[in-house]
Design a protein around this ligand. Structure first.
Ligand SMILES: [Zn+2]
Length: 511
């Protein structure tokens, strides 16, 4: 199971007008959305969307050249705007004609948009109606942003169905689910809440959430209660969902306590178990992630991908760094991947042998990856086109952090470690400081006493080979042994990690 995080900044770049709204101090525009799944013969075929924006007492709530936007492609999900049908926009003066303009295609499966521009001044309140047809089976694999029909309901992300008005102020929205078109014991949830919910912020923020509706399985069972971790799923789970979600809830509680610095009342896990490809993968958005997958493979045990579940939740605390889209993955994905391997061991969720096996899987993926010598910019250009290449920054970043931890400990004679630097960075970011590459290399240089800028550029940005990561980069339990991997009939030099002689399973959990 592979994972990806695709990130609030994505919407921010493409909806610059909406991003600015968060800065404004003006009163929000009232909005009301109704989401109504449409079904035929027990299968969801579409989602009817109706949104009413503004109020009669403030008719000038949008500017001239008002337009709406929807993704044509969003992170390798194709045809989102093409599947929006019967689009109508109406204001107090009647129907508004919309002219269509498409942005040029973005390479690598990255998002680009279709714009619908009004042919006259639009007054408030206006009502937008359309039908978003579900993403059909077939087509390339990518993150599970498209809305798919599954198990008598539907599940996907806001980016997979929302046509977003270009407002220059935030909205105060109420969102209502109309589930009258579905059969059985149905309910709905989203990243933003259980059932109907309120949302305040730039309206494009609604794209950055997961949505699920139908005969939804739930953890914990019973009436939704505030706080903690909640899980929702559709389709036939290929593992014991309540058992594995109870495990996920304990992993979440551990992470929350470990990182400490975020106030997080609630976290939501969404799962969809599909019968037909593309199956998707796992992807985190704020306070939530989606696990989307297909049937078990013939030799696959019926277990949740626990390492992936850890990974997706860790994103919440690792967050991002201010760098160009894709290039920033060395931090967001690299550090999350580093923690994905060390924290289950540190928290007692896996034993020493499983920890070693995890590090060795990471090592193998890294040493045989065809993109080992590729620059961050070249990897970004390939984007979603090649899954092995796309994951290079995950592996390279993880080894960079493991190696850096070893270098910091050596240079400070054990007085300091990587996490002293990371936890300071998290707090600085939280207090509004810009965390960019300059912040990073300056902070590391200060600790190490030599210029990290050059090394960072060489390894992370230019992709020059990190031939031998520090032997003790994964703690004092493990040491690196030179080995030769084989890929495509060719030998590739690398390292495997083995448990040091005389080490007991709990001797080194908290190095
Ligand atoms: Zn990730």
């Amino acid at each position: 199971m592979r994972s990806v995080r695709l990130l609030p900044p994505l919407a921010a770049c493409f909806f610059a007008f909406a991003g600015q709204a968060a800065l404004g101090q003006e009163a929000p525009i009232p909005a009301r959305l109704v989401l109504r799944p449409v079904a035929a013969a027990g299968e969801v075929t579409a989602l009817d969307v109706r949104m009413t924006i503004g109020q009669a007492s403030q008719p000038d709530c949008v500017g001239r050249d008002f337009s709406l936007a929807a993704p044509i492609v969003y992170a390798a999900v194709d045809g989102i705007a093409d599947r929006m049908q019967a689009i109508t926009l109406e204001d107090p003066a009647g129907p508004v004609k919309l002219a269509i303009r498409d942005d040029p295609p973005a390479p690598g499966g990255f998002p680009y948009f279709r714009h619908f521009t009004a042919d006259r001044l639009v007054e408030c309140p206006f009502t937008l109606r359309y039908t978003a047809v579900v993403q059909p089976p077939g087509g390339r694999n990518g993150p599970p942003f498209g809305i798919r029909a599954v198990g008598g309901g539907l599940a996907g992300a806001g980016s997979g169905f929302l046509l977003v008005p270009g407002l220059d102020r935030p909205v105060a929205a109420s969102i209502h689910w109309d589930l009258t078109g579905l059969e059985g014991n149905v309910s709905a949830a989203s990243t933003f809440g259980d059932g109907d919910f309120a949302f305040r912020g730039p309206i494009a923020g609604l794209m950055q959430g997961w949505y699920i509706a139908g005969p939804v399985g739930r953890f914990p069972q019973g009436e939704p209660r505030p706080g903690g971790l909640h899980a929702y799923w559709l389709g036939k789970p290929v593992f014991d969902a309540p058992r594995d979600m109870a495990w996920t809830a304990s992993a979440y509680a551990y992470l929350k306590q470990y990182f400490g610095y975020l106030e997080q009342p609630e976290y939501r896990v969404f799962m969809r178990f599909l019968e037909q490809a593309p199956f998707g993968g796992a992807t985190a958005l704020d306070n939530s992630f989606m696990l989307s997958r297909g049937p078990l493979k013939p030799d696959e045990p019926p277990l949740a991908p626990r390492s992936t579940l850890f990974h997706e939740m860790i994103h919440q605390w690792v967050g991002g760094i201010d760098a160009p889209q894709g290039v920033s993955s060395w931090f967001s994905e690299g550090l999350t991947t580093y923690y994905e391997y060390i924290l289950p061991f540190r928290g007692g969720f896996v034993g020493l042998e499983a920890y070693r096996d995890g590090v060795n899987k990471l090592a193998r993926d890294y040493f045989i990856n065809p993109a080992r010598g590729m620059s961050a910019a070249d990897i970004t250009r390939i984007g979603f086109g090649d899954d092995r290449i796309r994951h290079m920054p995950y592996q390279r970043g993880a080894f960079y952090f493991a190696d850096l931890d070893s270098r910091i400990r050596a240079r400070t004679r054990g007085k300091s470690k990587l996490e002293d630097l990371l936890f300071r960075l998290f707090r600085d970011r939280q207090s509004g400081r810009t965390i960019d590459h300059r912040y990073w290399t300056d902070a590391v240089s200060q600790i190490l006493g030599d210029d990290e800028g050059e090394r960072f550029e060489r390894i992370i940005l230019n992709g020059e080979d990190m031939a031998a990561p520090a032997s003790d980069g994964f703690g004092p339990c493990l040491e690196a042994i030179a080995t030769e991997f084989e890929t495509g009939g060719k030998p590739r030099p690398g390292y495997v990690w083995k448990i040091r002689d005389g080490i007991g399973p709990t001797d080194c959990q908290n190095w």
